[in-house]
Ligand binder design. Structure first.
Ligand code: LLP
Length: 422
């Protein structure tokens, strides 16, 4: 459920007509609904209210600082994967002790930054990383709180690019090897072994892979306990899928119940790292039709948003629903490719899609674009990144202004031998 609805044939975000935003800020723009974001956090957290649990929102899904501020104010912590994300969370007012740091390739400066800020846990993903964290903690005369990310070798049955919990993936440490590392970490005076974690993949639409992973991790925790190793938390990652078209993922309530049933009796704090399920259906991308083009083989709708603004269709062949912002009274439809101005054939938002007939100047809404939309956007083809808008009831705010041409060359300089200034 979200708050993007038609009222008298016009698409609204909460109480604001999208047409109004388009006329004030231009197109394309991302638009997020505060009521939807709030509802999603509440819905996800509610079933865990009686247990020791922390929802660490996966910042990579949507890292705008206003979105972060809202989610943090609703009680979320943060799952970060870079120094840049830590910087953003701190800017948004995040509590250090609610931040976990995931990622397979943390740099020395990033580890140092996280240790100095005294975050809750660094989720370590290799023996070499464990050693580096220990060395940095020693240098800083501190004890590094760490969790070990295990790879449970579970097929999440999602797109191969976003599957992370199989042995062939670069993520985590195979359960068998992990045991040795837990022992090593527990004896290291520079480390404070606080947790175990995993993340099997993203856009997972069934409960079974989550539960299979939990079962094997539970066994590992029991084994560790019997060998005298105590940890404080279990971080089960994110990955719960959403409906883009006809997927039928478990409701967060059912996910929660299954997780809680599976983990009953385990006396540990529970951490979750949801991203998409919180922000995905809370945001859309609004774009304008520039031209329509008919060839002997295809009908193209050429719009002003492109793969640099929303790469999911091009990268994963992902389906994103596209609807006209003004409902048409005519029944006429066409099968079209919705494409952007970027010079690549992979630059499409939809292919072979049956849509109401549209004309230049019409506004289209690309639905379910709140997660991995703006956060994966780029300046490819020297296209300024688009504006981001947050709607709250009948108000809206520009939470990231559209980039100007000058922003495109920010940081670029002439080499002095080309006649530029040093
Ligand atoms: N925790 C870790 C360690 C992760 O790597 C991820 C996502 C999450 C949590 C959050 O997963 P979520 O709840 O959002 O599924 N760009 C892709 C998705 C990549 C996900 C990467 N990791 C897409 O657009 O589908």
């Amino acid at each position: 459920m979200h708050h993007f609805n038609f009222k008298s044939e016009e698409l609204y975000c909460e109480e604001v007509p999208l047409k109004k935003i388009a006329s004030e800020v231009g197109t394309p723009f991302y638009c997020y609904s505060q009521a939807t974001l709030t509802r999603h956090v509440q819905q996800f957290s509610e079933p865990f209210k009686d247990v020791d649990a922390l929802l660490c929102y996966a910042v990579k899904a949507n890292s705008n600082i206003a979105v972060l501020r809202l989610l943090l104010s609703l009680g979320c912590g943060a799952d970060i994967v870079s120094g840049g994300e830590l910087f953003r969370v701190l800017k948004a007012g995040g509590e250090r002790k609610k931040i976990v740091f995931s990622g397979v390739g943390k740099r020395e400066d990033e580890i140092e930054f996280a240790l100095k800020e005294k975050i809750l846990s660094l989720n370590v993903e290799s023996a070499q990383e464990l050693e580096l964290v220990s060395n940095i903690a020693k240098k800083l005369k501190t004890k590094a709180p760490i969790s070990i990310r295990v790879n449970p070798d579970i097929d999440p049955k999602t797109h191969p690019y976003i599957s992370t919990g199989l042995l062939q993936n670069k993520f985590g440490i195979p359960l068998k090897e992990a045991i040795g590392l837990f022992h090593k970490a527990s004896k290291d005076p520079n480390l404070d072994l606080v947790g175990i974690d995993c993340h099997i993949g993203s856009q997972v639409t069934e409960l079974a892979p989550f539960l299979d992973a939990l079962r094997s991790i539970k066994n590992t925790i029991k084994q560790l306990k019997s060998e005298g190793i105590k940890i404080d938390h279990l971080d089960i990652g994110g990955g719960l899928g959403i409906t883009y078209s006809d997927e039928n993922p478990p409701h967060p309530r059912d996910y929660a119940k299954a997780v809680l049933d599976e983990l009953a009796g385990l006396d540990l704090m529970l951490i979750m790292e949801p991203g998409r399920v919180i922000v995905g259906n809370a945001g859309i991308l609004v774009t304008k039709v520039l031209f329509t083009k008919h060839t002997s083989q295809k009908e193209f709708v050429i719009v002003d948003a492109a793969m640099n603004d929303l790469i999911r269709p091009g990268l994963y062949n992902a389906y994103q629903e596209i609807i006209p912002v003004k409902e048409s009274s005519s029944e006429s439809t066409k099968v079209v490719d919705v494409v952007g101005p970027v010079c690549e054939t992979g630059d499409f938002l939809a292919r072979e899609r049956k849509m109401p007939t549209v004309s230049p100047g019409d506004l289209l809404a690309v639905m379910s674009a709140g997660a991995y939309g703006f956060s994966m956007s780029s300046n490819y083809n020297s296209r300024p990144r688009v504006a981001e808008i947050l709607v709250n009831g009948d108000k809206f705010a520009v939470i990231r202004k559209r980039e100007a041409l000058e922003d495109l060359i920010l940081g670029e300089t002439m080499a002095h031998w080309l006649g530029g200034k040093d």
